[in-house]
Design a protein around this ligand. Sequence first.
Ligand code: MG
Length: 255
Amino acid sequence: MKKSILAFMAICIFSIHANAQKTKQETGKVTPESLESWVPVPIISAGSTNTDAPSDAIVLFNGKDVSAFQKLDGSPVKWKLDADGSLTDVKGAGDLYTKKAFGNCQLHVEFRTPAIVKNSGQARGNSGVYLMGKYEIQVLDSYDNVTYSNGQAAAVYKQYAPLVNASRKPGEWQSYDIIFTAPVFKDNGELSSPGRVTVLHNGVLVQNNVSILGPTDYSAIPVYKKHDSKLPLYFQDHGDDGNPISYRNIWIREL
Ligand code: MG
């Protein structure tokens, strides 16, 4: 019954669309109908409810299972999986790489900087979301913690400071919602279009479709170098004290 209704609706939509096109073609005039685009029909997604991932997302971490991740060398992750559904960095455990490669995407990440504050500046709750393993959205405890603006939480590291500091207190869960467009390269290796990124930090817009200058570099001007259209992303193990960052509820939608 349900399928037959859907089929009937699809026929109706196709018919209306065909008529609209016909109207435009026959008259050569722009009409309200000729400006309507009925196909393709966007797939149905219920969207996110509470902390659940949208139905069409790839869940990378659901609080129980780290099988979507590995270390750079392909060995099992050494981060600590806690009973509360969080995955916490262990000093020196290595970056947390996705097994799957991604390019254009919408990425949702929840993170928590350590409740017990150690150190200051870049040594306090430092991690990062490395899109394509190359372009870092900084994760840092930036609650009452001064550092360079383009290195604080939600910065495109050493490229763009966030529009505002939306950081919550140490020990509180926070979120990033990241919309990323991968850079495109010509066959000869030249950059065709730079990467772009939009970031919401705790629901607040902090990066508004900024043009990424190149791969994140700590000590040099970033320079693009041709790479695949999809690459694994990773979560940074900063490798020093004061940074046992936790993550939970990580999902991604390929665009
Ligand atoms: Mg970092």
